[in-house]
Ligand binder design. Structure first.
Ligand code: 3PG
Length: 212
């Protein structure tokens, strides 16, 4: 197991950071870390995403920082060269997987069907993102997939929130959940990083309650 996968497995919750501004991205990551979260996925959905990821990596080196919404091999190469610790994709792309492996990075491509899960297993993957989790059948679908892909582990994202986090985390095949509910645009726009910290604390309390 790579270091990033270990960090994610321990953290059990991976907040998404989407920002146009490296300073704001760092303050968001800092608030998440103050709330107790240790793995963060910076999504490539803004012009400044790579700069945001680099800024967090340099300001908060104790965190495990990965890149999300990595759609192709070139983006995988870009984030690997800039120090991403792991790569997440919404779907399963062999070029992304090969590039991550070449750089020795943990990679979590998205699957939502049995066919995609089977392709992932046959590519040698042990852990996949399950996306979009809520729309793809939620915890029941993960149970069904886990009953046949018995060694596959899942990281559900897409429609996960404090209200259903525990429903996913109680499943033995779920290592962690990801999502944007921890970084609402409204709070970040208002500079309310205290709210981000509180959301992280709330998620961590749910993680602790589930593992008790
Ligand atoms: C992702 O990239 O994993 C999703 O955008 C997360 O979905 P969410 O915004 O519903 O948490």
């Amino acid at each position: 197991m790579g270091a990033a996968l270990t960090a994610i497995t321990n953290a059990r919750v991976i907040p998404l950071v989407q920002s146009e501004d490296p300073y704001v991205a760092v303050e968001t990551a800092r608030a998440l870390a103050e709330g107790g979260l240790t793995s963060i996925e910076v999504v490539l959905r803004t012009e400044a995403a790579l700069a945001c990821m680099e800024a967090i990596l340099s300001a908060l080196p104790e965190l495990s920082i990965g890149a999300g919404t990595v759609l192709n091999k070139q983006q995988a190469e870009d984030v690997a060269r800039r120090g991403a610790k792991f790569i997440v994709s919404p779907g399963l792309d062999e070029g992304v997987v090969a590039c991550a492996k070449k750089h020795g990075l943990d990679v979590f491509p998205g699957v939502a069907t049995a066919g995609e899960a089977q392709r992932a297993v046959n590519l040698g993957l042990k852990t996949v993102k399950f996306f979009p989790a809520a729309l793809s059948g939620g915890p029941q679908m993960i149970k069904a997939l886990a009953s046949v892909f018995r060694d596959l582990e899942f990281m559900p994202t897409g429609g996960v929130s404090a209200s259903n986090l525990a429903d996913y985390l109680v499943l033995p095949s779920v290592i962690a959940c990801g999502g944007s509910w921890l970084t609402p645009k409204k709070e970040i726009g208002a500079g309310n990083f205290e709210a981000i910290k509180r959301l992280a604390e709330e998620a961590l309390a749910i993680v602790r309650a589930v593992s008790r």
